[in-house]
Design a protein around this ligand. Structure first.
Ligand SMILES: [Zn+2]
Ligand SMILES: [Zn+2]
Length: 347
């Protein structure tokens, strides 16, 4: 089979590799689509402490079950399925609570296990037993289904924020995650969605989406602009979907009284300490929340929303490439010229 192997920073090569052999309880998955995540791009550009090259990365996967090992009864050959990235221990309180993304022993496809930039993937027994393959209907294409993973992370992140009818929401970061957050907030009933970014080209790519105001933070002060748009009140919720400590601090100024703030994106480790005005949190009764990855329940919800077409994930796909052109996909993303790129290993 053909695989794209990550050999180190800036070095991904398409190679031949034997098709994985599956044993009892395991599944062989034919990968139809695997989208490039922001994290994949970070691994490609800077490396990652959990990814030891040579390794196959990629975790936003949709495909068809090629064969099932002995003893597998809940899945069958030919099922269209998408992959849950996280595999938990299945014993701790977070796994039992349906939040294996928070399990101390969590391992993930594309990091610990080989990932989806390959024609086939072996799904190990522990993942099969944790229902890491989720069936999806033919109304959703493989490419769209590959975007359920990032979308499920947004669903998890917005759980805490309680966005509802009439809310005003600001999203900082116009990458694919920011745009998914915008669409999700809208579908939950937000009456105003404001998008902030420092890149005018990213904002331009988002113009076709249902967003009310675009703020180019490289040209105007985003806090003042948000205040102006909301007649001085500030928004009800702010989601920071970019790796910027300054944006996190500013989000506290953008929300109004009892505003909710999500620090959705992580910061680079050497920049993860930031300075904020704690009294703003005190007097305005602001809530600040984290979000990290997602679990099966969030994938199910994401699928439900995407399958009813209240959110059209297709709009976020700028281009798709066959596996042999994966380098081009990474290049286009690094140049900031794409929202989402999908790799189709059988094209
Ligand atoms: Zn991802
Ligand atoms: Zn656990």
């Amino acid at each position: 089979m053909k695989v794209a192997v990550y050999h180190g920073i800036g070095d991904i090569r398409v190679e031949e590799s034997p098709i994985p052999k599956i044993k009892e309880g395991e599944i062989l998955l034919r990968v139809m689509s695997c989208a490039i995540c922001g994290t994949d791009l970070r691994i490609y550009k800077h490396g990652h402490k959990k990814v030891k090259p040579p390794h196959i990365i990629g975790h936003e996967v949709a495909g068809v079950i090629e064969s099932v090992g002995e003893g597998v009864t809940d899945y069958k050959e030919g099922d269209r399925v998408l992959l849950v990235t996280e595999v938990g221990c299945n014993l701790c309180r977070w796994c039992l609570d349906g939040r294996k993304n928070l399990c101390a022993k969590m391992q993930a496809f594309g990091y610990y296990y080989p990932g989806g930039f390959a024609q086939f993937m072996k799904i190990p027994r522990e993942a099969v037993e944790q229902a890491n393959l989720i069936p999806f209907p033919d109304t959703l294409s493989f490419e769209e289904a590959s975007l359920i993973e990032p979308f499920s992370c947004c669903i998890n992140g917005q759980e805490y924020l309680n966005i509802g009818l009439g809310d005003k929401v600001v999203i900082v970061g116009a990458g694919p995650i920011g745009l998914m957050h915008a669409a999700l907030a809208r579908s939950k009933g937000a009456k105003m969605v404001i998008l902030v970014d420092i890149s005018s080209s990213r904002l331009e790519m988002a113009k076709s989406l249902p967003i009310d105001f675009f703020i180019d933070a490289s040209r105007e002060n985003p806090v003042e602009k948000v205040k102006e748009i909301t007649a001085g009140e500030g928004v009800d919720a702010a989601i920071v979907a970019c790796p910027s400590g300054q944006a996190q601090a500013e989000a506290l100024e953008m929300v109004g009284i009892r505003g909710r703030v999500s620090f959705f994106g992580g910061l680079p480790p050497e920049k993860s300490r930031i300075t904020i005005d704690s009294n703003v949190i005190h007097y305005k009764e602001i809530g600040i929340f984290g979000a990290f990855a997602s679990s099966n329940q969030h994938y199910y919800k994401a699928l439900k929303v995407a399958a009813t077409e209240s959110i059209d994930l297709k709009k976020l796909i700028t281009a798709s490439y066959p596996l042999k052109k994966i380098q081009e996909g990474f290049q286009l993303l690094s140049q900031g010229k794409a929202i989402k790129i999908v790799i189709n290993p059988w094209e």
